[in-house]
Write a protein that binds this ligand. Sequence first.
Ligand code: FES
Length: 95
Amino acid sequence: MKPRGDHNIRICLGTACYVKRVEESLNKIKDTLKIDVGDVTEDRKFSLETVRCLGACGLAPVMVIDEETYGAVTPKKVLEIIKEYAGEAAVSNKR
Ligand code: FES
């Protein structure tokens, strides 16, 4: 069993999500958190997994963090969501 972070991120690589370019968002997460699929960040805050269809294809591309589902994600959107989980919302919303 692989260790999990405080927040487990699951990215759907099923067909519906794949054709809607979910891979761009996945790459953004990997770059931002500096981890690969199956890894946990050094501070153990996040872990990253991929799955085959989360059963929410109508919302594709889909990301789930813990039990929360996010639809129509883009690289920009996943970054914003992850920052919120990291407690850095104040930084990203700087005026
Ligand atoms: S293919 Fe992604 S939710 Fe079904």
